[in-house]
Design a protein around this ligand. Structure first.
Ligand code: MEV
Length: 306
C-alpha cells in the first residue's frame, strides 16, 4: 500500500510557470492510495482505477494514458521487467479541481509498483517521474504540483531550482471550498500563455507582483505572522482575476468567505473552477461553512497547515 496527499497552492500559481516563486502545501486529509496485490503468473501489470471505473492492462494501454505512463516510467527507472501485479487505486481527491489529484495518483502508483518489486524510488527521482506524467495532464507544468505531492511538505518553489522544503512554525487553518466546476489546469495555463504571448507588457508586471507576494508570504510564515497572509491572499486573488483565471463562481466564494470573517481568500491552482482557499483563523467555522455553501460551494473542508 502506498499513498500521496492532495495539495493546495497558497500563493503564486500561474506566475510560477514563468519563473516566479510560489508556495504550496500538502492536504493530508485528501489522498490517493494504491494497493499492489499479486496476480497469476503471466498476467502482467494491471491498473484498476475503481473510482474512475476503468482497468488498464499495461501491455495494450496507449502511450498517452497517464496511469500506464506512470507505471512504465517506474519500470524504466528501476530497470525492471513488468511483474504480475494488480495496482488498485483509491482516491478521495476530487478530480479536475486543482487539488493535485493526477500528481497524487501517479506518485502513489509509482511507489506501490516500486514496492511490489522490492525497490524504492527516492523523492527526487519520484518527483521527476511524476513531472513527466504531469506534462500529459497539463502541457507545461512548472513542477510545483509533483514536488509538493511527492515530498508531502510545504514547499517554496522556483522553477528549475532545488525545491525549498520548509516547516510551518505557527500552524494555521484553511477552508477549502469547491465550486463543483471541473476545470482542467491545461486550459487555464494555455489561456495565460496566449495572453502572455499577445500582451507581455500586461502579464509581466502581474507575474512580478504575484512573485513578490509569494516572497513576502514566505517571510510572514517564517516569522509566524499568520494574519498578514490574509491581505496577501486577497491581493493574489485580484491579480489572478486580472490574468483572467478566476470565474464568477470562484469570486462568489471568495467574497462570501471574506464576509463571513476569513482574513483573506483566493482561488487556488489553475482556476476557472475547482477550489478556493480562505484563511480561517479566529473564525466561526460553522458560519464560514454555511456562508460558503450558500454562495454555491459543493464541498467545504478545513485543513490545518503544519
Ligand atoms: C497548478 O496547480 C498550478 C499552476 O501554476 C500550473 C503549474 O504550476 O504547473 C496553475
Amino acid at each position: 500500500m502506498a499513498s500521496a496527499p492532495a495539495k493546495v497552492i497558497l500563493f503564486g500559481e500561474h506566475a510560477v510557470v514563468y519563473g516566479r516563486p510560489a508556495i504550496a502545501v500538502p492536504v493530508h486529509s485528501l489522498h490517493a492510495d494504491v494497493e499492489a496485490t499479486p496476480s497469476p503468473a503471466g498476467a502482467g501489470v494491471r491498473i484498476a482505477a475503481s473510482d474512475l471505473g476503468r482497468t488498464v492492462d499495461l501491455r495494450d494501454a496507449p502511450e498517452d494514458d497517464p496511469l500506464a505512463l506512470a507505471a512504465r516510467l517506474t519500470l524504466d527507472a528501476l530497470h525492471a521487467a513488468p511483474p504480475d501485479v494488480t495496482l488498485t487505486i483509491r482516491s478521495n481527491i476530487p478530480v479536475a479541481s486543482n487539488l493535485g489529484s493526477g500528481a497524487a495518483v501517479s506518485a502513489a502508483l509509482a511507489r506501490a509498483l516500486a514496492a511490489a518489486l522490492g525497490a524504492e524510488l527516492d523523492d527526487a527521482r519520484l518527483s521527476a517521474l511524476v513531472y513527466e506524467v504531469e506534462k500529459l495532464h497539463h502541457g507545461t507544468p512548472s513542477g510545483i504540483d509533483n514536488t509538493v505531492v511527492v515530498y508531502g511538505q510545504p514547499v517554496y518553489f522556483v522553477r528549475d531550482q532545488e525545491p525549498e522544503l520548509f516547516a510551518i512554525r505557527r500552524p494555521f487553518t484553511l477552508a477549502i471550498a469547491d465550486t463543483g466546476i471541473a476545470s482542467p489546469t491545461r486550459v487555464a495555463v494555455g489561456d495565460v500563455r496566449a495572453l502572455h504571448a499577445r500582451d507581455p507588457d500586461f502579464t509581466t508586471p502581474r507575474f512580478d507582483a504575484i512573485g513578490a507576494i509569494a516572497h513576502t508570504a514566505r517571510f510572514a510564515i517564517a516569522t509566524r505572522r499568520v494574519a498578514t497572509l490574509g491581505p496577501l491572499m486577497n491581493q493574489n486573488h485580484a491579480l489572478l482575476c486580472e490574468l483572467t483565471v478566476s470565474c464568477a463562481e470562484l469570486d462568489a466564494l471568495v467574497a462570501a468567505a471574506r464576509e463571513a470573517g476569513a482574513l483573506g481568500a483566493k482561488l487556488s491552482g489553475g482556476g476557472r473552477g475547482g477550489n478556493m482557499i480562505a484563511l480561517a483563523e479566529g473564525v466561526d467555522r460553522d458560519r464560514l461553512k454555511r456562508a460558503l455553501c450558500e454562495a454555491g460551494a459543493v464541498r467545504v473542508i478545513f485543513t490545518e497547515v503544519r
